[in-house]
Design a protein around this ligand. Structure first.
Ligand code: ADP
Ligand code: MG
Length: 414
């Protein structure tokens, strides 16, 4: 089955589209990557998303408009992926949508809202669409996140030592997969969220992120600001736990800077980079991690990767490219897998990771042009994900081809 995964994370920088051929082989899920592309949000829409994110007040009208515009943008990305990555023939689209609110109260997730109405995708592609993947886990008492933990578990199970996957998006999340115990997953705290907020604020919106970590590399960590930020109670809460930009936003950073002024932007960036590294490393140490497989835009920041490596002596740090998943496409591919499991009648959550009472069949399915014709429910649930090269006939040439990143800094410590 050819599946397209669509994802935009809390950084709302781009829609990541990835395509994979997936099939079940006994207790293995076999995936070959067909390609991936990153489609940056148009500046106006990006602005529109930023305008409804917490702590901003918004209106139902603004939310309705965005739901449509995001749905249309995801539909464009899907059409593009069908043509460019699947030679015009795909079977299923899985759309994460754009998270605009992750409602956490007293450590319990009570709701999570992703915009991007799937009808636009189904209308544009004629394909069935799996969407709203998080809600069912929330209804089952889970955090609704990190949902990629199910895919990380399939991928990392059986690796030597204590393997973990780390995604450095706006928020950082880890999945720890010990050999002889249940996996755990949680958000460790901000990855790029506060870094991006600082850059945007202090450059008057002319820059969006600390490109290649140059600001952080030029600055010095302010011990007082770091200590203040580390007082955040979230870091001490036990897993399962998740967070978002509802907590780690610009006013949060500005309040810390008001209490501990740091005049130089470079020093603020150095401190925030260290904050991410320390909170990631604390989480890894608490779970005895020996190998860390890193993905997400944060892998493109050498200062951040160096800082994480420095905080974790003795831990093998590598990017997800090394295990077959391009760093930018990993989450989109993970959602492709989750939707594939859904249409095969297979639950796709790990309760020890999300904290749910039980595992769940995820998502809502919007029919394509024809009535839904789902495969028969699979008899055996996969226990492993095997990534194999795509058949030559389905490989696409050019920049969209899915291969380990060549543009990312050489952050592969193997
Ligand atoms: N070259 C780079 N240098 C530093 N940071 C980068 C670079 N490329 C991407 N990033 C960071 O990665 C973020 C996007 O990562 P991504 O994995 O897409 O996050 P999300 O899933 O939250 O959208 C950007 O907002 C930026 O902070
Ligand atoms: Mg992104």
């Amino acid at each position: 089955m050819r599946v397209i995964g669509l994802m935009s994370g809390t950084s709302y920088d781009a829609i990541e589209a990835a395509a994979a051929e997936l099939h079940l082989d006994g207790d293995e899920l076999v995936m070959s990557l067909l390609g991936a592309r990153s489609l940056p949000w148009p500046e106006e829409l990006r602005h529109g998303i930023g305008a409804v994110l917490p702590p901003a007040a918004t209106t139902v009208e603004a939310v309705c408009r965005l739901d449509t515009l995001i749905g249309q943008a995801f539909a464009d990305a899907a059409v593009n992926a069908v043509e460019a990555l699947c030679s015009g023939a795909a079977d299923l689209v899985v759309s994460h949508g754009q998270t605009v609110h992750h409602w956490v109260e007293d450590a319990t997730v009570r709701g999570t809202l992703q915009l991007g109405r799937p009808a636009w995708i189904a209308e544009a592609t004629d394909l069935p669409v799996v969407s709203d993947l998080r809600s069912r886990d929330v209804a089952a008492g889970g955090q609704g996140a990190p949902l990629v933990s199910a895919v990380d578990t399939l991928l990392l199970r059986g690796r030597p030592g204590v393997a973990a996957a780390l995604n450095l998006g706006g928020i950082a999340n880890v999945t720890v997969v010990p050999r002889a115990a249940a996996p755990v997953a949680f958000d460790t705290g901000p990855a790029n969220a506060l870094l991006d907020a600082a850059v945007r604020h202090f450059t008057g919106g002319t820059r969006h992120y600390d490109e290649d970590g140059r600001g952080a590399a030029a600055g010095r960590v302010d011990a007082g600001l770091l200590a203040l930020l580390l007082e955040e109670p979230y870091y001490r809460r036990p897993a399962p736990k998740t967070t978002g930009k509802e907590l780690f936003h610009l006013p949060y950073l500005l309040a810390a800077l008001a209490a501990r002024p740091v005049p130089e932007l470079a020093d603020v960036l150095a401190t925030l980079t260290r904050l991410t590294a320390v909170t990631v490393a604390d989480a890894c140490r608490a779970h005895g991690v020996t190998e860390l497989v890193v993905s997400g835009g944060g892998t493109r920041n050498p200062a951040l990767m160096r800082a994480i490596d420095a905080e974790l002596p003795g831990v093998r740090v590598l990017t997800s490219d090394a295990v077959g998943l391009p760093v930018d496409a990993k989450e989109a591919l993970a959602f492709a897998v989750l939707g594939f499991l859904t249409v095969h009648g297979l639950p796709a959550t790990v309760p020890s990771c999300t904290g749910a009472r039980h595992t769940s069949l995820l998502g809502s399915i919007t029919p394509g042009r024809t009535p839904l014709d789902l495969p028969p429910p699979a008899a055996v649930a996969p226990t492993r994900l095997r990534i194999v090269p795509a058949p030559v006939s389905s490989r696409r040439l050019g920049s969209s081809q899915c291969s380990p990143s060549t543009t990312s800094p050489a952050w592969r410590i193997v």
